[in-house]
Each structure stands twice: as structure tokens, then as C-alpha cells.
Design a protein around this ligand. Sequence first.
Ligand code: 5CA
Length: 441
Amino acid sequence: MRRSLYFLPTLKETPAEAQIASHRLMLRAGMIRQSSAGIYSWLPLGLRVLRNIERIVREEQDAAGCQELLMPTIQPADLWRESGRYDDYGKEMLRIPDRHGRDMLYGPTHEEVVTEVFRSYVKSYRDLPKNLYQIQWKFRDEVRPRFGVMRGREFLMKDNYSFDLDIAGAKRSYDNMYATYLRTFARMGLRAIPVKADPGAIGGDMSHEFHILAETGESAVYYDAAFDGMDLSGGADSVARLQSLYAAADDKHDPKSCPVPPERLRAARGIEVGHIFYFGTKYSAPMGAAVTGPNGESITVEMGSYGIGVSRLVGAIIEAYHDDAGIMWPASVAPFQVGLINLKAGDAACDETCAEIYATLLEHSVDVIYDDRSDSPGVKFADMDLIGLPWQVIVGPRGLKSGTVEIKERRSGRRQEMSLESLFARLPGEAGKPGLALLPG
Ligand code: 5CA
């Protein structure tokens, strides 16, 4: 993508309304535009990151045996009357009458809709277990939308729903998602601590929230210091081992009954990026989601639901990866892998070399944004640091005299001059995502 043609409205000034780094940086980097309180347009650069996060979430859901479907954003109130939640949900639910005076609502979550789909088709124990997911927009009329996409009113969620024959099966489904979530967040460069949580409006018996530790987090979390040395990438340390350690959100934590001695207890702020629930027959019983068992008996299915805040993750990743100059994207979610900077647009040698690098990167399927504008080097450096692509390739007249360009790694700030041949030798043979390494070790 040529920067001169790209819709990327970066801002020099810090917007006054933004209180935390990720919100400020998303506005400054031209990723989002507020439409009304807690409701945003995703501009091209922001959308690329959102789509990358979605892709990782989707790949991990598919690998875990879940199947994707897509349910409507607008739901009939009658389904929520069946589950008994229509009146309970309160003012967070956006209620909309249609032209016939029927009560509709913009879905804050989809337990009712998915249970209706399931009960209409699945009739036998032989068809279990099932796990269905979607990545869909939700609306919650939050009292205090804030921090940009972190607490929005309209937000993108991955939600899935498990259906099992018995409690043991439901626990397997739950643990499968617990491990899947650890893997999903690790692929985005995040360490997410699973803490025991209160199921709240979703209801149920067992629930964990996944928190990214950050000072700007909205929740207080308490956890055993042993977590600090654990493998939280869904690998070596088993679900059973992790679940045996103490970790609780503030609504579950009671200093008086906490089993961890004070010197081993850590208190921190966290951003909740995922939440999983086991709630048994809370929806299946009132809504009649049952299958026929091996002896012809009717068995009400055991359910769980599992959410990931896809749009919230964009902000959470920035909270974890930024410095004074801007964002520092992990390669797996970065909107582009390389920023190519032409320090002297209009200079024949610079233009020619940049054109060659740009074409070669594209040939190797490396996502690149080429700053071909005639602005000053200072403006281009600041802009490129702000949007935070993992690699910068800087082309200027001075380097070209000795046949070199400069490579900069955004995260470490490491720089090195190299010839075009060495640069091209470092490009991957095929699709360059995500492991591009333009500098040695
Ligand atoms: N039905 C369940 C699981 S599918 C559910 O709705 N869970 S939830 O309420 O905990 O939401 C799941 C995730 O969505 C949260 O962990 C959080 O990461 C994200 N989320 C919730 N509310 C918002 C919001 N207002 N803005 C951005 N993300 C949100």
C-alpha cells in the first residue's frame, strides 16, 4: 500500500478525551473514529488489526473442534421471555420495537438464539457433543462506556456455546476452551491469567475470566505468585495444574478466606479479554433443549458459553505493547509487517530503490506500507513509529551512495545498514507472516 493513497488520518496532537494510552494511540494512529459514545467506525488500519485478531481466534476455535455459524444481531424478545432473562437484563439491553409493535432487541449475547437453533435440530445423544461459535457484533448500553474500544457499547465478540450429555462432558468442553483461550492469547503475544469469577448475568456454577495485567485495567485481580513462573501458553502446564492455583477477580476474592499466605499473594489490575462459563441446564431446561438418551429417555443438555472480546483485544494489546513514540505491534496482529520510508521522494535513486524494494516485498507476500510522500524525514519517522509496524526499511540518498539501506526493528530500536541483496536474502520464500526477521537474532 502506498501511503500517499492510503486512508490513514494520523494525528500529531493527543486527543483530550482519551484517558489511557491505547485509546490515545488508536485515535492518533487513525485506527478508529468515534461515531457516538462507545460506538466506533473502524478505519482501514484499525480494521486490519481487528481482522488479524479474528483470524487467530478463528483458527484456534476451528483447531479445538468448534464450528462457526453466524447468528443475527437483532433478536426477538420472545426468546428471552422463554429463558426468563428479558426482564432481568435491565437497561443494558437495547430494546427496539419493529413496525408491527413486536419487541426486538440488539443482542448483548446469544445463549437464547443458539439454544433455539440447537433444540430445533439436535434430537439424539449420538449427535453430542457440539460446540458452535460465531464472531459477531454485540450491543450493551453500558452506563459508562470508556477507554475507547475497551468498554464500548457496540463491540465485537467471539462467542461459543457447548452442548454435552452430562456434567463430565461439559467439564471436558470447559477445560478444552480454557486451554484454547491460553493458546489464543499467547499467539497475540499476551500472557492471560485465568481467574475464578462470578458468573453474573450469564449465570451458572463455574466461571473463569482471562486477564491481561496492565495498570490501566478496570478490574482488580488477586493471584498466587506461582503464576508468574507458569507457562500460560496452553502448553506445558496443564489445565488441572493451573486451575489448582488460587486466582480470583475482586468479586470472588475475600481476604479472610483466601488460602494463599499474604507474602505469596499478588494484587494487580487486569483487562478482561475473555470469560468462560459452565451453567448446566440454566437455558436448556426452560427452553426445552433435550435429546433422546440410549434408553429412549429425555436428557436435558448441559451447556457452557465462552466469550472473547475481539475488539477489546486491540486496545489490550496496545496497552501491553507501546512506548512514548507509539504502538509496537506483535507481528501476529500487526496491520502491515514492514514500513518502507523514502527519505527523499523525487530523488531518482531513492524512488527507484524504493520501487524495487516495494515490488520485491509484495512478490514475497510481505504486507508493506510504502511512505512515498514528500513530507520531511521527521514527519515520516514519527508517523511510522506511531503506527508501530514491526520493521522499518529506510531509504535515503546518503546510504544509497554506499549501496545500503537501513533496517530498524520497532520493538528493540535496533538498526543496521545493509545492501539490497542482504535484505532480499532475508525475505521468506512464501507468505511472510508472521515470522519475518530482517535483522539477525
Ligand atoms: N455469553 C457470555 C460468553 S459468550 C458473555 O457474554 N460473556 S461476557 O459478558 O463476559 O463477555 C465476553 C467478553 O466480551 C468479555 O470477557 C470482554 O472481553 C468482552 N466485553 C464485554 N463487554 C464489553 C464491552 N462493553 N466492550 C468491549 N468488550 C466487552
